[in-house]
Design a protein around this ligand. Structure first.
Ligand code: TLP
Length: 360
């Protein structure tokens, strides 16, 4: 059987031989004591890219968001985020557990909301209420279909947040993908926020590592909470070297992943019983499985038998993510596997009518 095509996430990508080479040669020191030169270099480099004065290197995107939330808030505060955001769905309740904050979920298509939603959700200052303290925006938005926030919408929601006294944080785990599609500079997105997190371990292909960027006082607090949450690493330069390499060499190629995602979406949409529910603005494809073909989990199991891996994202939706270890040929094979699985299932003869792509 040909090698498995792993579309579960862009997190599954493995460091390239060239990346491993720079990791092996990285100059290192004790980063908890502040003397790993490769980490220091990465931090100042990514801060510069984001147009912020300072940055802190952390092991994961989850930790990046959580130290930022903790540094912006106090227990009893409330943060505002889209109902479908990563911090609500996939960070194990950490805002409640680690920062003692409540979350006010906002609604809107594609993981996005608008300024009026922010205004309506911010609580009046009163001794009765939690203190609305922080607005979190996710770009690209994972459960929103890898959607990209328009810059003017970001400007509107963050302006209202600022006017009402809130801090603002950008979960930019995949900000690189947004930039690759729009051509907008990362700093142009980041300048609307007090802090921004970004990941090197997703589309950029590093084995681990994320960063939080912001002003020096905020980053000093981030350093404190990174230590408190157990994320301060010693000779972390080995990882930081991979992250720097990823930043320098793997940003431009993200458009390949986006092209592959569009090809996968086009292929999936042509198959009876499958429909693509997102507009495919970056590297993610969300495929709705007609219930007559079984659940998304059933379908994912059939795909595995064809050496294609995907992740059920909702009971009837599969997520497929393109990344550096997936090329155009593998996408063609993945489409054939989708076709074979849809054909094997009992509903293969149903008419295409009613199975048109829809936006979620
Ligand atoms: N997302 C993962 C899973 O947790 C769902 C994935 O496979 O997409 N912010 C966003 C928007 C993310 O998508 C993720 C990872 C993170 C933060 C957290 O990053 P890690 O996995 O490094 O903690």
């Amino acid at each position: 059987m040909p090698p498995t095509i792993d579309l579960r996430s862009d997190t599954v990508s493995r460091p390239t031989p060239a990346m491993r080479q720079v990791m092996a040669q990285a100059e290192v020191g004790d980063d908890v004591l502040g003397d790993d030169p490769t980490v220091l270099n990465l931090q100042s480099h990514v801060a510069r890219i984001m147009g912020k004065p300072a940055a802190c290197f952390v092991p994961s995107g989850t930790m990046a968001n959580q130290v930022a939330i903790r540094a912006h808030t106090e227990p009893g505060d409330e943060l505002l985020a889209h109902r479908d955001s990563h911090i609500i769905h996939y960070e194990t309740g950490a805002p409640a557990a680690l920062s003692g904050v409540m979350i006010a979920p906002l609604d809107g298509p594609d993981g996005q909301f608008d300024a009026d939603d922010v205004r309506a959700a911010v609580r009046p200052r009163s001794s009765h209420f939690a203190c609305s303290k922080l607005l979190v925006v996710e770009n690209t938005h994972n459960r929103g279909g890898g959607s990209i926030w328009p810059l003017d919408k970001i400007a509107r929601v963050t302006a209202v947040a600022r006017e009402l006294g809130l801090h603002t944080h950008l979960d930019g785990a995949r900000i690189w993908n947004a930039c690759a599609t729009t051509g907008i500079d990362p700093a142009e997105y980041a300048r609307h926020f007090d802090s921004v997190s970004c990941c090197f371990s997703k589309g950029l292909g590093a084995p681990a590592g994320s960063a939080v960027c912001g002003n020096p006082d905020f980053i000093a607090r981030v350093h404190r909470f990174r230590k408190m949450f157990g994320g301060a690493m010693r000779q972390a330069g080995i990882l930081a070297a991979a992250c720097r390499y990823a930043l320098d060499h793997h940003r431009a190629r993200l458009t390949d992943d986006h092209r592959n995602a569009r090809a996968l979406a086009a292929g999936a949409s042509s198959i009876n019983g499958l429909s693509v529910i997102n507009p495919v603005e970056s590297n993610m494809v969300f495929i709705r499985i007609d219930p007559r073909l079984g659940t998304a989990a059933d379908f994912a199991r059939s795909l595995e038998a064809h050496a294609v891996r995907s992740l059920p994202n909702r009971p009837d939706v599969l997520r497929a993510v393109c990344h550096i270890d997936v090329d155009a040929d593998m996408i063609s094979r993945a489409i054939e596997a989708l076709r074979a699985c849809a054909t094997q299932a009992p509903a293969a003869t149903m008419p295409a009518a009613g199975l048109k792509p829809v936006r979620s």
